[in-house]
Design a protein around this ligand. Structure first.
Ligand code: PLP
Length: 377
């Protein structure tokens, strides 16, 4: 058992041993992958091997994957690229009311530049496809709809979005932020449903400092955001972080080759759901949810108190997402969109699981959460 009881994998998952080994090996291949000498070529080989591994896991072609420094960067690249490409067709963008800030903030900037951004409701963790259908009656520049919400774990129906686009005869490209959903569901068909997608290494057992943008070969070509030496086929200049990318590839392969992974993590979540029965703790359970995220509210116990209480027992969870923890207002936006009343938002906690959690840890977590709830009764 580690020094902590770590239930914050949706913020950063613990790196798997294959990822650590790949990063260590990459540190010994320290040359610049753009250099054409032997050492540079060795680093380049590691990079291309990782691209094959991530492409296999996401079920796309290697030429469709472009490494970035993070999911945030990939989201910015795709959104600003799509806006530049499609502004002449339409200045209307469709998204949801619960996107991660790395989608929400770029879209706010585009709004300030004259785009009209329509945020489709995700109340109860369900994407409102009727509202989406109505919005598709006029030309749309592009859509950006996340696969799974980072705070509630709700899975949005991307297949239904694709079907709606086809039904309406819309040619608007569909971007999907798959940072939380990648390799966390048993359905691996996302690449066939969207035109653009965003992935991040540190959510799947890789290490921080690598992400990827999926740009389908069938989708319109978008301009790059970072200009310079022309790395990543000109889509993302800047020397690649070979160690983080190698770890990304190794983690993707490790998860992908383990078919029981989603079921095992789901069983841990199920154990905690069962273990909290009768405790008075409120469970926010979307109809379709990721196997690794559980959102709860402990009546009368503000999130910050609960975090401290749990932290004293060595238990790490989040109040909302890590990105919103610095400004609770942003967390409120997502949870309000879900439909939680203020008193449930102020007392909410996100518990997120990884393959490295054990049943014993989950039992200790349930006991601590029950004690925390009793403390304020
Ligand atoms: N999108 C979602 C849904 C996320 O949860 C996160 C991070 O939590 C990001 C994007 C940003 O990814 P990164 O941390 O790699 O920048």
């Amino acid at each position: 058992m580690s020094a902590y009881l770590y239930f914050d994998a949706a913020a950063s998952a613990p790196p798997c041993k294959q990822a650590i080994a790949a990063a260590e090996q990459a540190y010994t291949e320290y040359a610049n992958p753009s250099s054409v000498h032997k050492a540079g070529l060795a680093a380049k080989r590691m990079l291309e091997h990782a691209r094959e591994q991530v492409a296999r896991a996401f079920r796309c072609e290697t030429q469709e994957l472009f490494f970035t420094s993070s999911g945030t960067e990939a989201n910015n690249l795709i959104l600003f690229g799509l806006a530049a490409k499609r502004a002449r067709v339409s200045r209307k963008i469709l998204t949801t009311d619960s996107e991660h800030p790395s989608v929400g903030e770029p879209l706010k900037r585009l709004e300030a530049q004259g785009f009209r951004v329509v945020r489709i409701s995700t109340r109860g963790g369900r994407l409102n496809t009727e509202q989406l259908r109505a919005e598709l009656e006029e030309p749309v520049a592009f859509l950006s709809i996340m696969q799974a919400n980072n705070e509630t774990g709700a899975l949005y129906d991307i297949r239904a979005v694709r079907e709606l686009l086809d039904e309406c005869g819309s040619d608007a490209p569909l971007h999907c932020d798959a940072v939380q959903g990648f390799l966390k569901t048993e359905d691996g068909s996302l690449s066939s449903l969207c035109d653009f997608a965003t992935l991040s290494a540190h959510k799947i057992g890789g290490i921080k400092g690598a992400g990827a943008a999926y740009l389908s070969s069938k989708a319109p070509h978008i301009p790059a955001l970072l200009l310079g030496g022309g790395q990543e086929s000109g889509m993302r200049s800047g020397t690649e972080n070979v160690a983080a990318i190698a770890a990304f590839g190794a983690a993707a392969e490790a998860v992908c080759s383990d078919s029981g992974h989603v079921r095992r993590v789901g069983a841990l979540r199920g154990q905690v759901i069962d273990g909290l029965a009768g405790s008075g703790i409120l469970l926010h359970l979307p109809e379709n949810a990721l196997a690794n995220i559980l959102h709860i509210s402990i009546p009368n116990v503000p999130s910050s108190w609960a975090l401290n209480f749990l932290s004293e027992r060595g238990i790490c969870v989040s109040a909302g997402s890590a990105c919103s923890a610095q400004g609770r207002k942003k967390g409120n936006r997502v949870l309000s969109a879900y439909g939680l009343p203020p008193q449930e938002i102020e007392t909410s906690l996100r518990i997120s699981f990884s393959e490295q959690n054990t049943k014993e840890e989950c039992a200790l977590l349930c006991k601590a959460l029950r004690d925390c709830a009793d403390w304020k009764k």
